[in-house]
Design a protein around this ligand. Structure first.
Ligand SMILES: Nc1nc2c(ncn2[C@@H]2O[C@H](COP(=O)(O)OP(=O)(O)O)[C@@H](O)[C@H]2O)c(=O)[nH]1
Ligand SMILES: [Mg+2]
Length: 455
């Protein structure tokens, strides 16, 4: 069913100067608005070179206009696309003129994500695809672009739908047996319900693994560099970034505020935060900086605790304990010893748990990069990775829980088929939330409001 909605308008391209700026209109009465704007009837999918005039007949811009008739458009509604020249003032005037002319038909400025929302409501794309559009635009690396493009084409949704279909088949079997309670146990055996259930659970787990990789590609990883002053945190950031991002001096307390830089290792975005060295101090500014260091440690996805090879003293041992205590319990922590170039050449580096590097010479840095990727669970391959969000991971986890519950029920000799069927249904609901087939209303608003205007 198509929903007939008031017309909306928005700038579809980024604000600022550019060769071309695109303004899109979508909704009911678009042909009438287009006619009022240009005194011309449009044929669908044909570009027309036209002059847009203001109320006094003065030209505003010469532009290309393309009309798409519903349902063959991005939103599934009638759409008018205006390819104007890309000046901010000019685009503002075009918008104003359209709103003035479209007022009689209720033309309003679109809400963030409203074009995509309409496309979703009109079944042009499912929810995972709508999210993939936003992720494609926000993608921070080539791998993220490829993952989002695949999801947009429906690869992620297809996987989800296959799982839903398998669960549906199982439910049909179970529910058709509900009327014959004496045959319940035999049913489970004859229908190989347990085997089929384990197969579904295995596919779900492998999908979850791929989605976790996709989430890493989409959001990146917050990597915090922490340690005492002067151990070489800023030098390590610069080495990882391949650039002089942070100031490095031999003076302890040089870094007073967080320095943040996003780098990519094998296509994985890492938001590296260099922090002020942790120590007791009476310097007001440094105290603030150190408070921020602790805040960063508490919100890290991955922590590097850096020490100086020449100074593994009692204080750093105490500091290490404190840092380990403050960091979130679930995150990986890499213990790294810097400045190995200062060690005598015959000194053996015994501690297997510790990584030895030199931010100055670059020794051990490639190894450290690999350890970083391993620590965050990056599988090493971008093949087949589909972009995903925490929302998707949560749904997959809840679906797995319900499938595990039904597995447990199937283990039980006195299985209740009603409960078994109910757990399957709940698992299916969770999967349906990913593609938006079964979605609480409030969630829909939340998801699309995170889009920017014009999408
Ligand atoms: N020899 C040597 N010196 C280093 C190394 N890394 C950093 N330094 C020096 O140690 C001092 C403090 O470095 P910095 O990065 O500012 O440390 P931070 O206070 O932890 O940020 C500077 O003089 C750096 O040049 C290293 O790997 N080897
Ligand atoms: Mg520093």
């Amino acid at each position: 069913m198509m929903t007939r909605k008031l017309p909306i308008i928005a700038l579809a391209t980024a604000p600022g100067k550019s060769g071309v700026g695109v303004i899109r209109l979508s909704g009911a009465d678009i042909p009438a608005i287009a006619h009022a704007l240009f005194k011309k009837a449009f044929k669908p999918r044909q570009a027309s070179l036209l002059t847009l005039r203001d109320g006094n007949g003065l030209a505003i811009d010469q532009l290309l206009a393309i009309y798409f008739a519903a349902p063959a458009s991005f939103t599934g509604e009638d759409v008018l696309e205006l390819q104007c020249h890309g000046g901010p003032q000019l685009l503002e005037l075009v918008m104003r003129r359209c709103l003035e002319v479209g007022k009689d038909w209720g033309l309003v400025i679109a809400q963030p994500g409203e074009f995509s929302l309409r496309a979703y409501l009109n079944n042009k794309i499912d929810l995972a695809q709508a999210e993939a559009i936003a992720d494609l635009i926000d993608a921070q690396s080539e791998a993220a672009v490829r993952g989002a493009a695949k999801s947009l084409q429906g690869a992620f949704s297809d996987d989800i739908n296959t799982l839903i279909e398998e669960i549906t088949q199982l439910r049909i079997l179970v529910e058709s047996t509900l009327d014959f309670p004496e045959e319940e146990i035999e049913f489970l055996e004859s229908a190989q319900a347990k085997e089929r259930l384990s197969a579904v659970l295995a596919s779900l787990r492998s999908l979850r693994q791929g989605a976790k990789q996709g989430k890493i590609l989409r959001d990146g990883i917050v990597l915090v560099l922490a340690g005492a002053p002067n151990v070489g945190k800023s030098s390590l950031l610069n080495r990882l970034a391949g650039d002089e991002v942070a100031i490095v001096t031999p003076i302890a307390g040089t870094t007073r505020d967080r320095v943040k830089e996003t780098i990519c290792i094998d296509g994985v975005p890492l938001h590296v935060i260099d922090t002020a060295g942790l120590r007791e101090t009476s310097d007001e500014v440094e105290i603030r900086g150190i408070e921020r260091s602790w805040d960063s440690i508490r919100s890290a996805d991955l922590l590097i605790f850096l020490q100086d090879s020449s100074d593994i003293s009692k204080e750093t041992t105490d500091l290490r304990e404190r840092v380990l205590k403050e960091a979130p319990a679930t995150i990986p922590i890499l213990e790294v010893v810097n400045k190995v170039d200062l060690l005598p050449p015959n000194k053996s580096l015994i501690d297997k748990e510790v990584l030895y590097i030199s931010a100055k010479t670059g020794v051990g840095i490639d190894d450290l990069k690999q350890k970083i990727l391993e620590a965050v669970g990056w599988g090493g391959s971008q093949e087949g990775v589909l972009i995903a969000r925490s929302r998707h991971l949560d749904c997959l986890d809840r679906a797995a829980e319900h499938l595990i519950n039904s597995e447990k029920l199937a283990e039980d000799g006195n299985i209740s088929l009603e409960l078994f069927a109910e757990e399957l249904r709940l698992a299916q609901d969770q999967l349906g939330q990913i593609t938006g087939k079964l979605l609480p209303d409030d969630l829909l608003g939340k998801i699309f409001s995170q889009f920017c205007i014009g999408k």
